[in-house]
Design a protein around this ligand. Structure first.
Ligand code: SF4
Length: 125
């Protein structure tokens, strides 16, 4: 399962935990998950942050550039529900307001083990 990460408006806390999910202790790569540099090489998107007005269109374009079938993972409370930024002036909404979401990972931020567990549900390993 190859995933293109998109930060749609994160505080960067979720990115730190994603980095740890792919570091040696959690090592999501062991279970068949991998981050890739291009949506054209991806099976889906790993989206963090509330969707800001500036990132709504780039997020949709990245989704369209991802070959079908594709999955969308919303990582962190902001991506799942808007979190602490819900209703802010520069915000469109949660990821679900912009894209079809397949997997949600709640938490602010979610722990690396929770991210890895969610990705394992996708990879089946
Ligand atoms: S869920 Fe928490 S850690 Fe993640 S982007 Fe939102 S505020 Fe930051």
């Amino acid at each position: 399962m190859q995933l293109r990460h998109v930060d749609a408006g994160s505080c960067n806390g979720c990115e730190i935990e994603i980095a740890q999910a792919f570091a040696p202790v959690s090592d999501a790569g062991r279970f068949g998950a991998r981050l890739v540099a291009s949506p054209r090489h991806a099976d889906g998107l790993l989206v963090t942050g509330v969707v800001t007005k500036n990132m709504a269109v780039p997020l949709q374009m990245t989704f369209e550039a991802t070959p079908r079938p594709r999955v969308v993972v919303a990582c962190g409370d902001c991506a799942v529900s808007g979190g602490v930024f819900a209703g802010a002036y520069g915000v469109v909404g949660s990821v679900r307001d912009v894209l079809p979401v397949d997997v949600e990972i709640p938490g602010c931020p979610p722990e690396p083990s929770e991210i890895t567990e969610a990705l394992r549900r996708l990879t089946g390993r």
